[in-house]
Design a protein around this ligand. Structure first.
Ligand SMILES: C[S@@+](CC[C@H](N)C(=O)[O-])C[C@H]1O[C@@H](n2cnc3c(N)ncnc32)[C@H](O)[C@@H]1O
Length: 199
């Protein structure tokens, strides 16, 4: 059974959590929208036969993404947009995937509402993220301290985001969270999780 929180998860290395990310991405099927696709770091892990649509607001990343997606052969589209406003029809995709994106979006609730809107009924949401440590812990204080800087220099990245309750609040069902505790510096491990849910 997945740990109920990062606190009860064993400590692991980034390389180990990266394997978790890859396995989560591989579960996406059908027409897949990848939000905040960056420069295409997930391409190797998608299952064969999917139809991939990427969404990426950062123009330089998007240019690389477009090139890589063409080379992969499963490109349908790369959208120049933000996940708070997805330029796709309602119920038009089977899966929405995002890896390390929920830390960067401006509005978590709007992003989740849009993901749910574009998913077909029963469609699957797969989110892989680093997340906030429990309030009052030393790790959370550190996350709160570095977040104003990371927001400015790392495409809006916040280290103190929580999203589990927000996924449920957005109306998704079958919400699951697979928690991990990943070492980032000697003595510091941050919560990471794979969330899945159905529209
Ligand atoms: C940490 S990077 C992760 C990139 C990629 N998903 C990966 O795992 O390598 C965060 C990405 O989210 C994108 N991003 C930032 N704000 C966004 C928004 N509002 N909607 C969608 N993507 C956004 C950034 O441009 C960046 O490419």
């Amino acid at each position: 059974m997945a740990p109920r929180s990062a606190r009860s998860a064993p400590r692991e290395r980034w390389t180990e959590f990266d394997a978790v990310r890859g396995r989560a991405v591989a579960t996406a099927s059908g027409t897949v929208l990848e939000i905040g696709a960056g420069t295409g770091g997930n391409f190797e892990d998608f299952a064969r036969g999917i139809t991939w649509i990427g969404l990426e607001p950062h123009a330089p990343s998007r240019a690389t993404l477009q090139q890589k997606a063409r080379a992969q052969g499963h490109l349908r589209d790369v959208l120049a947009a933000r996940s708070e406003r997805i330029p796709l029809e309602a119920r038009s995709v089977d899966s929405v995937v995002g890896t390390f994106v929920m830390c960067s979006v401006d509005d978590v609730a709007a992003t989740l509402a849009e993901c749910r809107r574009v998913l077909a009924p029963g469609g699957r949401l797969v989110l892989v993220d680093h997340l906030a440590a429990a309030p009052g812990t030393g790790t959370r204080r550190l996350q709160n301290l570095i977040t104003p800087l990371s927001r400015r220099i790392d495409k809006g990245c916040r280290y103190n985001r929580e999203i589990t309750d927000e996924i449920t609040a957005a109306g998704f069902s079958e919400v699951t969270a697979d928690w991990h505790r990943v070492a980032v510096f000697p003595g510091v491990a941050i919560p990471c999780a794979v969330h899945t849910a159905r529209a």
